[in-house]
Design a protein around this ligand. Structure first.
Ligand code: ATP
Ligand code: MG
Length: 253
């Protein structure tokens, strides 16, 4: 087990002095190499949960164990890919990918080797010197993924990374991500609003309750990949989870 989230709670202070509970008693164990998708209604605490795992936010209560050791700070063992790309507009593709390596003061030769490896892995060869505004949305997200991977994290944290892409590019990026995942053997925690995307990608889908967010239902998916969206089993599971999500919202009123 690479990550264990135990009794995690997160409250934010409100202006009137009371607390708003965003996450309540969230528990989850993630296996090494697993691909976990997290689904849940808007505002249920998904981004907050990912930011806590990344060490960008501290829990109010509860524990986060990475390979058995408690963790509260950011570390190069976790890499984050943001929904809105979050690239540096004045840096080239290569220099965006090398950002974390510069922070770590990786020697130039090694830095170049590593960025070359990830430029190839995400399929951006030939675009190394482009600036972000010269790239399509899908290419920007490839840079975001390469930048996260260049730090060689054990866990890749992805917050709706393909949400801003058109349907065709999104499907392509899902296939690309599965290829990268199988080549790098990373553990992935992937947040999405799309049930279809989750069923296509995940070993396990965690459906969160409405706020305060906790684990609602868990679906294990053992089907081999690539998965066929036209398969009746695929459609049936998608429908089941969609209904569950709607029920979760309805229960909340
Ligand atoms: N820094 C903060 N200060 C105060 N409240 C916050 C802060 N960050 C998040 N929240 C609140 O916590 C709740 C959960 O927010 P979060 O962004 O985690 O939801 P989410 O599940 O990612 O939603 P979405 O699907 O819309 O992205 C929201 O009610 C939000 O207003
Ligand atoms: Mg969010």
């Amino acid at each position: 087990m690479i990550l264990s989230i135990q009794h995690l709670n997160k409250s934010f202070p409100k202006e009137d002095g009371s607390n708003m509970i965003a996450i309540e008693d969230f528990n989850l164990d993630v296996e090494e190499g697993e691909f976990v998708c997290i689904l849940g209604p808007s505002g249920c605490g998904k981004t907050t949960l990912l930011r806590i795992i990344a060490g960008l936010e501290t829990p109010t209560y509860g524990a986060l164990l990475l390979n058995g050791a408690p963790t509260l700070k950011p570390g190069s063992d976790r890499g984050m890919v943001f929904q809105e790309f979050a690239l540096f507009p004045w840096r080239s593709v290569r220099r965006n990918i090398e950002f974390g390596l510069e922070i770590k003061k990786t020697p130039p030769k090694e830095k170049r080797l590593i960025s070359d490896r990830y430029i190839d892995l995400v399929g951006l060869r030939g675009f190394e010197d482009y600036l972000p505004n010269q790239l399509s949305g899908g290419m920007k997200q490839r840079v975001g993924i390469a930048r996260a991977l260049a730090n060689e994290p054990a866990i890749l944290l992805m917050d709706e990374p393909f949400g801003a892409l058109d349907a065709q590019t999104r499907n392509l990026m899902q296939k690309e991500l599965l290829r990268i995942w199988s080549e790098t053997k990373k553990t992935v925690i992937f947040i999405t609003h799309s049930v279809d995307e989750a069923v296509f990608l995940a070993d396990r889908i965690v459906v969160m309750t409405t706020r305060p967010g906790s684990v609602g239902q868990i679906y294990n998916i053992k089907w081999e990949r690539p998965r066929d969206r036209a398969n009746p089993e695929f459609a049936a599971l998608r429908k089941q989870i969609l209904t569950q999500l709607e029920d979760n919202v309805r229960v909340d009123g």
